[in-house]
Ligand binder design. Structure first.
Ligand code: BGC
Length: 770
């Protein structure tokens, strides 16, 4: 296709319309110009390709596809090749379904373990998130005609009011933590598309943000693909064209088409921006023409999903080597053993090609499922579990986070398991000293009974092959090798952002001190550190060699069986320069070794490995520690190198503040010094001030009309999802929040034309009057 000529032969109206999709998943076709549609589908751990009944929250069934482990588990493999293989498999399934854009991976930072979508993100660390995402993208895009879409750009680390929140943070945190994974995904993974997030960043919506989408993404990082909005994330079409935001999704609405046309005609918007966006969508459509539509091999994809689950499961504890176990010796207790929690709720929800539970995968062990979907377990069920535990040598208890605890659209309310799950573990552990816990769930949890049980195997959300993988690991057919990609605090109150997470406009007061960057610098003891995970074998680290910027270390499998270790390289910056975390991950490599085998692992560092952001990347000079660890708190080899760069000191205004001392958590005042201004607290809009960016939830506080709209929405959804009991159904909660916390303009976009501009404005008008 001659893109330039095609753009020239389109009318202004046609071009504006072309930049809004046709329906939920497709761009528009232009038969006159022989331009085909682009078909998109979620998502990050499997293909959610829908037929007739489409939605953005994974409510209606999609065609069967392999449900791979979600990013919390896949990330814990630290295995780039394997994650690339997953990407490729999803790419092949996409190609078979005629889909040319896969909406994933998600590489937002796990800022706080309560984020409802943590299960879909890779890590609290930008380096790990970025390189794993890049591998996934390479895998997806290795399939002819298929593109990946890295999301949600940017600083979208909470679900609460995600469509209207303003993530407020300093430039170092922005560059060193939150943008960094996207930078790697774009530069190394060469993602063809990027999805901009719903939220604002320091006051500007991502879709309107020229600095983000053009200055940084395109000019600095060299991205030349298309920017697609998250579904309903477009704020102002005119500003978005200027910003470099190309495609408004979902399609079907005519949101701001006329206003955009007027703006061009009046000379307020340069048509060149529209032409650029059209060109980028045409290029995407052209690339998509090459998909092959060949059927995929479901069995081999299932085997791959199982392998990823096996490598991503993390052995958190194994006292007296209670594991591996002998199947007939064990009784398996708990609902999740028979009815597995294997994926999260929301847009990434997959209809698996098959599913095997832990109980099915361990047919020689007695299984005693107990409890309901909400996590309640009756006293008689607990008593039966205790009796079964007494009569077996080993008791395996499967517990975790119920589905309604975590989801897209809302955050977790606390870090605890259901109280009956805790009770079950405690009572079983009292009855049988050989208690093993298998944990399911999308992120860190408080484990009050951790000292009472002998072993804990964390499966995360391990996809359709998770049951088989757990069985292989428990019985020793496989050797655990996963490592945590986020720190597990002892208590939620230890999290540095505990008090500021989940605000309407989250204040990222902790700056770059996220996860282990905080705990290790502030000497806070955690339950399990970042990078941690046990094995059935053990590894010895030999001497480390540094030759200029090349670091090598020899690792030996000192145990009696084959196993894998993830070798982690951290830099420890000099203490006398600008404030920085004690250590930061700058390299990782998973090595699989036979018993007795040794291998030398090498890493090459570059300037960026040492750099901080100060209006640009600057290398502070000084003596840096180079640390090789088995986790962020288990450093096995250490050496120093002298790095020459520039003198970078903590700015005068931040000397001796919490950012230098890390004693306590940053207050609003400390944060004001970091931001260089005192950040105003946005007051809620009152009746008379509502606009298209207001949400039903915000307006219901001042408007009787909106109170009624809210109530009607609630009743309608309750009726649809089965009455009062639906209140704990994640789908109901997700729907209610998605409708009532969504700006009116976004509802217009998502309605596919049912709600037009006139009606949206009328609704806002009525809210302002009544
Ligand atoms: C989610 C995206 C997803 C899109 C389409 C949005 O609600 O945030 O991750 O790709 O829906 O389903």
């Amino acid at each position: 296709m001659n893109i330039e000529k095609t753009v020239e032969s389109m009318t202004l109206k046609e071009k504006i319309s072309f930049c809004t999709g046709k329906d939920f998943w497709n761009t528009k076709k232009l038969p006159r110009l022989m331009v085909d549609n682009v078909k998109m589908s979620d998502g990050p751990h499997g293909l959610r390709c829908q037929g007739e009944n489409t939605d953005m929250l994974g409510i209606n069934k999609s065609f069967p596809a392999t449900c791979f482990p979600t990013a919390v588990t896949a990330g814990a493999t630290w295995n780039r090749e394997l994650y690339a293989a997953e990407g490729r498999a999803i790419g092949l399934e996409a190609s078979a379904a005629g889909v040319s854009v896969v909406l994933g991976p998600g590489c937002n930072i796990k800022r706080n373990p309560l984020c409802g979508r943590s299960f879909e993100y890779i890590s609290e660390d930008p380096f790990l998130s970025g390189y794993m995402a890049a591998a996934f993208i390479e895998g997806v895009q290795s399939v002819e005609g298929v593109s990946a879409c890295v999301k949600h750009f940017a600083v979208n680390s909470q679900e609460y009011k995600r469509q209207s929140s303003d993530s407020m943070l300093d430039e170092r945190a922005l560059r060193e933590i939150y943008l960094a994974p996207f930078e790697i995904a774009v530069k190394e993974g060469k993602a063809h598309t990027v999805m901009c997030s719903y939220n604002k960043i320091n006051g500007v919506y991502a879709s309107d943000n020229r600095w983000l989408l053009t200055d940084v993404l395109r000019k600095e990082w060299g991205f030349c693909g298309a920017v697609i909005t998250d579904w309903g994330a477009l704020n102002d079409r005119i500003k978005a064209f200027e910003a470099g935001c190309d495609l408004n999704m979902p399609g079907g609405s005519k949101y701001m088409h006329k206003a955009t046309e007027r703006a061009v005609k009046r000379g307020e918007l340069d048509e060149k921006y529209i032409n650029e966006s059209v060109s980028r969508i045409l290029a995407l459509s052209e690339r998509g023409q090459n998909i092959k539509r060949e059927p995929f091999d479901a069995e081999s994809h299932h085997a791959l999903a199982r392998k990823i689950a096996e490598q991503g499961a993390v052995l958190l504890k194994n006292k007296e080597n209670i594991l591996p176990l002998n199947e007939p010796d064990a009784v398996i207790i708990g609902r999740m053993a028979a009815d597995p929690r294997y994926q999260g709720s929301g847009s990434s929800h997959i209809n698996p090609t098959k599913l095997t539970s832990l109980a099915e995968a361990m047919p020689n062990s007695l299984c005693l499922p107990c409890g309901d979907e909400q996590g309640n377990i009756s006293e008689s069920e607990i008593e039966a579990a205790v009796a079964a535990a007494r009569s077996h040598r080993i008791a395996v208890v499967a517990v975790g986070l119920p589905e309604f605890y975590e989801s897209e659209a809302f955050d977790r309310q606390h870090l605890r398991l259901p109280k009956d799950h805790n009770l079950l573990v405690e009572r079983v552990a009292d009855a049988n000293e050989n208690t093993v816990v298998v944990l399911f769930g999308g992120g860190a949890m408080e484990l009050p009974w951790a000292d009472k049980v002998k072993a804990i195997l964390y499966m995360g959300l391990s996809g359709q092959g998770g049951g088989e993988a757990a069985a292989d690991l428990l019985t020793g057919r496989a050797c655990p090798s996963g490592k945590l990609t986020e720190s597990w605090p002892l208590n939620y109150s230890d999290v540095i952002s505990a008090d500021t997470f989940g605000q309407k406009n989250p204040e990222y007061r902790e700056s770059m001190f996220v996860g282990y960057r905080y705990y290790s610098t502030a000497n806070i003891v955690v339950r399990y550190p970042f990078g941690y995970g046990l094995s059935y074998t053990s590894f010895e680290y030999g001497d480390m060699k540094i030759d200029d910027r090349k670091v090598s270390v020899t690792v030996k499998n000192a145990g009696e069986r084959r196993g894998a270790e993830v070798v982690q390289l951290y830099i420890a910056p000099p203490k006398d320069g600008i404030f920085r975390p004690r250590r930061e991950l700058k390299g990782f490599e998973r090595v699989e070794l036979d018993a007795g085998e040794s291998r030398t692992v090498s890493f090459v560092l570059d300037d960026r490995s040492f750099a901080v952001w100060q209006d640009g990347w600057i290398v502070p000079s000084g003596v840096y520690g180079i640390e090789i660890g088995s986790s962020s708190e288990d450093i096995r080899a250490r050496a120093e190198i002298e790095v020459s760069g520039e003198t970078v000191e903590t700015p005068e205004s931040l000397r001796d503040t919490v950012y230098e001392t890390l004693s306590g958590k940053p207050t609003r005042e400390d944060w004001g010094k970091l931001m260089g201004c005192s950040v105003p607290i946005e007051s809620a809009k009152k009746k008379g001030e509502y606009d298209l960016s207001s949400t039903i939830c915000e307006m219901k506080d001042g408007s009787l009309f909106m109170k009624l709209v809210y109530k009607a929405t609630e009743l309608f959804l309750l009726a649809r999802y089965g009455g009062k009991k639906a209140r704990i159904d994640p789908t109901y909660r997700m729907m209610l929040i998605s409708v009532t916390h969504n700006p009116i303009r976004s509802l217009e976009i998502c309605s596919g034309g049912a709600l037009n501009g006139f009606l949206s404005r009328l609704i806002v008008r009525l809210a302002n009057l009544i």
